[in-house]
Ligand binder design. Structure first.
Ligand code: NAD
Length: 432
């Protein structure tokens, strides 16, 4: 098939690679000409393990190409829409990019083409997509909602081996074509109506966010009663009804999906006068949880004015350069306001973070140990292996004071203590 993907970001680029690997001819279209220039030169614009190798080979085999023009849509059997749907000030999804993308390619659509929406969109949006196309062309187009579940950091693996594919449609023929396209990837294909497919995406992310906020509340309680949340989570996870995924206490979730999708779901509920109390609490717990690093620093060091704090990790999780809604973007400005000098390190997210936040009190360092030099405390915000595998004795030797705040419960407490460091994690005993 000829496939055109609109929006060559995390989802669009990885989806393009995946469909091209299946043998289709894929053109990724983006309105950002700089991005298209880099991609056309074989340079991935995001960090995602394995992406560059796939991209370069597929481009040389002429199965994957990039374009800044929606005119390419005229060739497509399937048009996949993967533009961003960021959070508006009021919490709802901003559909401006989606609407302008759809209106821009509508008149080039072939009569037999299907439009597949992969962007995460509020319930009812796929129906609006059809209306926008009708307004532009006077024609009814077949739309299918195929929400995306890939995780940054393992996006290629997730695309090649998805747990499930959800296909929402009210056209049997379009649903069957979407199913054919995904059949080589999994036999777990769930067919639904459009609104249910849209809701499955929000329900999945909200549920995972709930698990995280739940275990973080348990961690806070463990702190007060002297229990170890790591062991509590392990014990809970042995029950297959609970499962051990997403039961890792820490400083909360971030990224381009959970924060915005939980807020968007709250808005969806609000529009139909439904008071989603549980979800409100999930969001509130997550926001408060980030402050734990600052509270722990205060407990260990008192006022931070004039002190040096090393921050390890800027991306919202390891394996990605994405800093959207990352805890680092809340924590670092707070450290700066409290008068600390901040020494940062991240293997992939320096550029992204600096685009969002720069300050003369913040310096960047290529190696974890250089960032820790002269620091009164090291705060681990993202559990990249380069941080968790560091030689702790060496770490202690370069620091000015022995404080390690582990926002991700990534170290063995006893090993930290043996290296001569004071150790504060989340929901685990403080060791010194
Ligand atoms: P992104 O910001 O990385 O990429 C979006 C791309 O769309 C950008 O390159 C932008 O330039 C382009 N774009 C915007 N408007 C356009 C237009 N009119 N024409 C052409 N290109 C246009 O976003 P993303 O992280 O890939 O997310 C895309 C969608 O997928 C969102 O709805 C998101 O919620 C959803 N999603 C993301 C992930 C993830 O892990 N990132 C996972 C599942 C679902």
């Amino acid at each position: 098939m000829n496939i055109v993907i609109i929006g060559a970001g995390y989802v669009g680029l990885v989806t393009g690679v995946c469909f091209a690997e299946l043998g289709h001819r894929v053109v990724c279209v983006d309105r950002d000409e700089d991005k298209i220039g880099l991609l056309s030169a074989g340079r991935p614009t995001i960090y995602e393990p394995g992406l560059e190798e796939h991209m370069i080979r597929l481009m040389s085999e002429e199965r994957l190409s990039f374009s800044a023009s929606v005119v390419d849509t005229a060739l497509a059997d399937v048009v996949v829409v993967a533009v961003g749907t960021p959070q508006r000030m009021d919490g709802a999804s901003d559909l401006t990019d989606l609407e302008s993308a759809v209106r821009s390619f509508a008149r080039f659509l072939r009569e037999d083409a299907i439009v597949m929406i992969k962007s995460t969109v509020p319930v009812g949006t796929n129906e609006r997509v059809r209306e926008w196309i009708k307004e532009e062309t006077g024609r009814n187009a077949d739309t299918v909602s195929v929400p995306e579940f890939m995780r940054e950091g393992s996006a290629l693996q997730d695309s090649f081996h998805p747990d499930r594919i959800v296909i929402g449609s009210d056209s049997e023929q379009a649903a069957a074509r979407a199913a054919d396209l995904h059949a080589p990837l999994t036999s777990n294909i769930l067919h639904t109506d459009l609104r249910t497919a849209e809701m499955i995406k929000y329900a999945s992310n909200a549920f995972l966010a709930t698990k995280i906020s739940f275990i973080n509340e348990m961690a806070n309680l463990c702190d007060k009663v002297g229990a170890d949340v790591q062991v509590v989570a392990a014990g809970m996870g042995m029950d297959p009804r609970i499962g051990n995924a997403f039961l890792k206490a820490g400083i909360g979730y971030g990224g381009s999906c959970f924060p915005k999708d939980t807020h968007a779901l709250l808005q969806i509920a609000g529009h139909v006068d439904y008071d989603f109390k549980l979800l409100k609490a999930v969001i509130e717990v997550n926001q408060t949880q980030r402050k734990r690093v600052l509270v722990a620093l205060g407990e260990q060091l008192g006022a931070l004015e004039g002190l040096t704090i090393a921050v390890w990790g800027a991306s919202f999780k390891p394996g990605t350069d994405d800093v959207r809604s990352a805890p680092s973007l809340d924590i670092v400005p707070e450290l700066v306001s409290s008068g600390a000098a901040v020494r940062m390190c991240d293997p992939a997210a320096e550029l992204g973070f600096r685009r969002a936040y720069e300050h003369p009190q913040v310096t960047w360092h290529k190696e974890p140990l250089s960032a820790a030099e002269g620091a009164h405390a090291v705060c681990l915000l993202t559990e990249w292996p380069v941080f968790t595998e560091v030689d702790l004795t060496l770490l202690r030797s370069v620091m000015a004071a022995p404080v390690l705040i582990d926002g991700r419960n990534a170290y063995q407490g006893e090993a930290v203590k043996e290296a001569g460091l004071y150790y504060t994690a989340v929901g685990r005993p403080v060791l010194r």
